[in-house]
Design a protein around this ligand. Structure first.
Ligand code: BDP
Length: 340
């Protein structure tokens, strides 16, 4: 009898603990959901600063329910394609990446990064923050890629940097150029007579150049400077072939861990960090250009004829990669009329 009673007490005790735990929302709220964000750039780079700002605001606005740990310098994933795949399976919650590798998973994204598409940065921002860009961002989630497009950040324009001078398309012949993991970008250099080399993470470009694996790469002033690549490839060919925005991506799978309300806060907060990144970007772009020029880099501005030649070589690429998105591309060109 006594034994039975004590078993009963134990059961009652366990039951009350269970009931109490379920009925105590404060206790659940104390333990935050901890999520990781992967970034290839070093601390202090404009996108890294924006990642931290995003993390700070998410923690503040969810009142500590969601905490984001930012891993910079490619320490978590050195290749952006690896981080995108980790997002798809839910091993990672966020990645700040370039739109270029994302197009391998959501091909429509190529439409906003075709070569020589924008007249200037203002044109690109009018597109990205307008109907075309915002639809493209929400299409990332709708595409069932397992990815959520949270916001765009600035990455200026990309130009070639090489160990040899290039003044005309003919000078590109035979050069091995590191490209991002995107078939359209590889095709772009093929059409210029060069060979695109993929699979090299941005943090490994410098050593690939010094070891002679490649003759150079292409990027904006800040990456060229910040990664130290300007010390290995001393010619910067200012052709500004693409404007590829950065994207902050979320993982559909990993974000199942947060409530609907907190997911809405995350989406809202990401958009709010865009302006912050753009202003950090403007400062960094100017200072990087200054550092690179002061170091004695030869900056080559193409003659109008040479520039027109580079541009005209892209006609097949628009056929091969753009024909499925003619409407979008035409809309982008139409918007460009206001930004001559
Ligand atoms: C930089 C982007 C970074 C890319 C890198 C690249 O900020 O996200 O990974 O280019 O070329 O401009 O891979």
């Amino acid at each position: 009898m006594r034994k039975r009673l004590s078993v009963l007490f134990v059961l009652l005790f366990v039951a009350s603990v269970l009931v109490f735990a379920q009925a105590a929302p404060e206790a659940a709220a104390v333990k935050p959901v901890v999520l990781k964000l992967s970034e290839v750039h070093a601390e202090g780079y404009p996108t890294s600063l924006a990642d931290h700002e995003f993390a700070r605001l998410v923690e503040e606005k969810t009142q500590g329910r969601v905490k984001i740990e930012v891993y910079t310098g490619g320490t978590l994933y050195g290749q952006e394609t690896a981080s995108i795949e980790a997002l798809q399976i839910g091993d990672l919650a966020f990645a700040r990446v370039s739109a270029s590798p994302v197009a391998s998973y959501v091909p429509a994204l190529n439409a906003i990064q075709m070569p020589y598409l924008y007249n200037n940065g203002a044109h690109m921002w009018a597109v990205l923050n307008g109907e075309v860009g915002q639809k493209m961002l929400s299409d990332i989630e709708a595409s069932k890629s397992g990815l959520i497009g949270l916001c765009y950040y600035d990455a200026g324009s990309r130009s070639f940097y090489l160990t040899k001078p290039v003044n005309r398309v003919a000078d590109m012949k035979g050069l091995k150029i590191r490209m991002q993991n995107n078939q359209m970008m590889v095709r772009m250099v093929e059409l210029l007579g060069a060979t695109g080399v993929t699979g090299i993470g941005p943090n490994d470009v410098y050593s690939a150049i010094t070891q002679g694996v490649i003759d150079g790469a292409e990027n904006n002033w800040p990456t060229y400077q910040n990664m130290g690549d300007y010390e290995a490839a001393k010619y910067y060919i200012l052709d500004q072939h693409t404007r590829v925005p950065e994207i902050l991506l979320g993982s559909v799978e990993a974000l199942k861990k947060v409530s609907k309300e907190d997911l809405a806060i995350i989406k809202q907060v990401a958009k709010e960090t865009q302006e912050f990144e753009i202003s950090e970007w403007a400062k960094k772009e100017a200072s990087s250009e200054q550092i690179v020029r002061a170091a004695g880099t030869t900056v080559i501005s193409l003659s109008p004829e040479a520039f027109a030649e580079f541009q005209s070589k892209m006609a097949p690429l628009y056929q091969e990669f753009g024909s499925a998105y003619t409407d979008t591309i035409n809309k982008i060109k139409e918007i460009g009329k206001q930004f001559k």
